[in-house]
Unconditional design. Structure first.
Length: 307
């Protein structure tokens, strides 16, 4: 009987695992192989060079500049996105005024607000990038942001935005936050809906305020969801390829101010035809991503709270 059960499990999983191995694991293995060569993208031109590409990568100022920008985004984007997602989700589910026969309730129109917050998720990332590229247009007549600032008498705040070296990366990071916060509002709202209302009601009846309710009840009970969201959002921040490619000046400008690792990999492979060197960048990105995920899961771990 036991052997029959295991044969069924193996038979059921064999095809999905085979497909996963061919289309997911195999490209990773090939990337390691290519990173050890000087392949230029043409058949038959690759020669084994060992760890030379990684040595070149270690000494590359462009790579370290791109990595530094990714680290900045890794520190900023997940923190702000998850904080806003938690705040809005809490207000939509628990932050409303007390109503008759209901101690805990969300703000009025919470279902509509959830739809509004989630709306950017149904828009292509390319469309989002084009929209915000035009919003950041420095022309006071064509750029929505500068036009709005001028209309309300804040002309002194008008800027080149994406053309300003000190602001360009943060402008793109803000778009990334805007585009993803709605997903976490819905995710955290669903998680909060699973928390028994009795817990909130008992805390509020005992005199706990919204601040204490959030940090003593909501956040601890949602910590597993927050931890997973942090890893997911961190991986998105480490990518950022599409937004940077479309929104930045000359792909990574001005003067390398918005260069990130995926864009550097793309330019190295498809502009400079250095596929072996680009594969080494891909391996480095894999190491950075896995390190971030492991450290986050390790140091953000808490004892599971049952309810």
């Amino acid at each position: 009987m036991q052997h029959g059960k295991y044969r069924f499990i193996v038979g059921f999983l064999a095809l999905p695992l085979l497909i996963y191995g061919v289309f997911v694991i195999s490209p990773f293995v090939q990337a390691f192989q290519i990173s050890m060569t000087d392949w230029s993208g043409l058949v038959g031109t690759a020669e084994f060079v060992g760890l030379d590409n990684f040595g070149k990568l270690w000494e590359s100022d462009d790579f370290w500049n791109a990595l530094r920008h990714n680290v900045y985004m890794l520190a900023f984007v997940p923190l702000v996105t998850l904080a806003l997602g938690l705040f809005f989700a809490f207000m939509l589910n628990v932050g409303g005024r007390r109503r008759k026969n209901e101690v805990v309730t969300g703000v009025a129109g919470s279902k509509f607000y959830k739809f509004v917050f989630f709306f950017p998720q149904v828009i292509s990332i390319t469309i989002i990038a084009v929209i915000w590229f035009n919003i950041y247009n420095p022309d006071p007549d064509d750029g929505m942001l500068n036009s709005l600032l001028g209309a309300v008498g804040l002309d002194f705040l008008q800027n080149a935005w994406l053309g300003e070296k000190s602001l360009a990366l943060w402008c793109i990071s803000a778009v990334m936050v805007w585009g993803h916060v709605g997903f976490y509002v819905v995710l955290f709202s669903a998680a909060m809906a699973s928390i028994p209302r009795d817990i909130y009601e008992a805390a509020l009846l005992d005199g706990a305020g919204r601040f204490h309710t959030f940090f003593r009840i909501t956040l601890p009970l949602l910590w597993d969801t927050v931890q997973t969201g942090w890893v997911y959002m961190g991986i998105i921040a480490l990518d950022a390829f599409a937004l940077v490619q479309i929104m930045s000046v000359n792909m990574g400008g001005p003067d390398g101010a918005t260069d990130v690792m995926p864009l550097r990999l793309y330019l190295t492979a498809f502009r400079d035809s250095q596929f072996g060197y680009a594969a080494a960048m891909g391996v480095a990105m894999l190491i950075v991503t896995m390190t971030f995920a492991v450290l986050t899961m390790r140091f953000a771990r808490r004892e599971r709270i049952e309810y």
